[in-house]
Design a protein around this ligand. Structure first.
Ligand SMILES: Cc1ncc(C[n+]2csc(CCOP(=O)(O)OP(=O)(O)O)c2C)c(N)n1
Ligand code: SF4
Length: 295
C-alpha cells in the first residue's frame, strides 16, 4: 500500500448546501446566516459527514436541514444537552448548535450556563431576532421593553435578557456577534468560533421580517452597527467585553468580543484523558477471572 498521504479536495460553500429549499419568509435574516455558515464551513474544510449540526425548535432551528452536515432538528430548548452528548460520545466530530433567542434564552436558558462551565468544544450560534418567529410573533426573552406583540398588546413591561453579558458572565471561552447585514464579517466570526477550542458563542442579530418591528430590520441595523476593531477593543479582556456588551440593544457591535488567550482544557478532552487513565489502571480481565476462581 502507498504511504503517500491522500490530500482532501478543497471544499466550497456549495458543498454544504443541501437539496432542501428553505421555507423561511422571503427576506428573513436566517438566509444570510445560512450563507455565512456555508462560507465558514468551506473555510474550515471538514467534510459534511464529519459535522454534527444540532438545533432546537423554531424558524431558525430549521437551519441544519439546509446543510449537508448530519442534522438533528431536536426539541425546543434542548439543543445544547443533545450536542454535548454527541461531542462526548464522538469527540472527533465538529459539533455545531443553532437556534433562536427563545430556544436558547427562554426554555433552554438553564442549559447555557452548564454548557459554558463544562467548556465542551462546540459552537453555539443564536439567531437573535428578539421575537418568537415560528409561533407567530410573541414576546421573546430578548424583546426590548415596550415592544408591542400579540402577547404584549400594550407594550412589554419586562427588561430583555442580554445574551452577550449572559455568556460572558458565565465564562464563555469565545464570544462574538454578527449580523447578515455584514455577511463577510459574519462568516469570519463563525469560522473563528469553530476554530476556537471550547465553548464558542455567536450572537447573530438576524431580523424576523414578518413579526419584528422596523427598528430591528437590516436597514435600521446599519445605523447602529460598529465593528469592534473600529473602537480598538482588546478581545482578550473579558471585563472590557462586558462593558461593551452593556450596550446590547443600542449599539450593534460586530466582531469578536472575547477570546480566551489561554483556552482551558475542554471537557471532552478531559473525559478522554480520564478514560485512558482508568483503562490503564483497570484490573486485567484474566486477573478478574483469577479472583473469581480464587486462584
Ligand atoms: C416544549 C415546547 N414549548 C413550546 C413550543 C412552541 N414553540 C415552538 S418554537 C417556539 C419559539 C420560537 O422562537 P425562537 O426560539 O426565538 O425561534 P425563531 O422561530 O424566532 O427562530 C415556541 C414557543 C414547543 N415547540 N415546544
Ligand atoms: S416568521 Fe420571522 S423568523 Fe420565521 S421565517 Fe418568517 S421572517 Fe424568519
Amino acid at each position: 500500500m502507498s504511504s503517500i498521504p491522500v490530500e482532501r479536495p478543497a471544499l466550497q460553500a456549495k458543498d454544504f448546501k443541501s437539496d432542501l429549499k428553505p421555507i423561511w419568509c422571503p427576506g428573513c435574516g436566517d438566509f444570510g446566516v445560512l450563507q455565512a455558515i456555508y462560507r465558514a464551513l468551506a473555510g474550515i474544510g471538514r467534510p459534511p459527514h464529519e459535522i454534527a449540526f444540532v438545533s432546537g425548535i423554531g424558524c431558525s432551528s430549521r437551519i441544519p436541514g439546509y446543510t449537508t452536515a448530519y442534522g438533528f432538528n431536536s426539541v425546543h430548548g434542548r439543543a445544547l444537552p443533545i450536542a454535548q452528548g454527541i461531542k462526548l460520545a464522538r469527540p472527533e466530530l465538529l459539533v455545531l448548535v443553532a437556534g433562536g433567542d427563545g430556544d436558547g434564552f427562554s426554555i433552554g436558558g438553564g442549559h447555557v450556563a452548564h454548557a459554558i462551565r463544562r467548556n465542551i468544544d462546540l459552537t453555539y450560534i443564536v439567531m437573535d431576532n428578539q421575537i418568537y418567529g415560528l409561533t407567530k410573533g410573541q414576546l421573546s426573552p430578548t424583546s426590548p421593553r415596550g415592544l408591542k406583540t400579540v402577547t404584549s398588546e400594550y407594550g412589554s413591561l419586562e427588561a430583555p435578557v442580554n445574551p452577550l453579558l449572559y455568556v460572558l458572565a458565565y465564562g464563555a471561552s469565545f464570544v462574538a456577534q454578527g449580523t447578515p447585514a455584514d455577511m463577510a464579517g459574519l462568516a469570519d466570526v463563525i469560522e473563528q468560533a469553530i476554530r476556537h477550542p471550547g465553548f464558542s458563542f455567536v450572537n447573530v442579530q438576524s431580523p424576523c421580517v414578518t413579526f419584528a418591528p422596523e427598528d430591528q430590520q437590516v436597514k435600521a441595523q446599519r445605523g447602529r452597527m460598529k465593528t469592534l476593531a473600529s473602537v480598538g477593543h482588546d478581545s482578550t479582556n473579558r471585563l472590557a467585553a462586558m462593558g461593551l456588551a452593556q450596550t446590547y440593544g443600542e449599539v450593534l457591535y460586530t466582531g469578536v468580543l472575547y477570546k480566551d488567550p489561554a483556552p482551558q482544557p475542554t471537557l471532552d478532552a478531559l473525559v478522554r484523558e480520564r478514560q485512558a487513565k482508568l483503562a490503564l489502571e483497570a484490573v486485567p480481565r484474566e486477573r478478574i477471572l483469577d479472583m473469581f476462581l480464587q486462584k
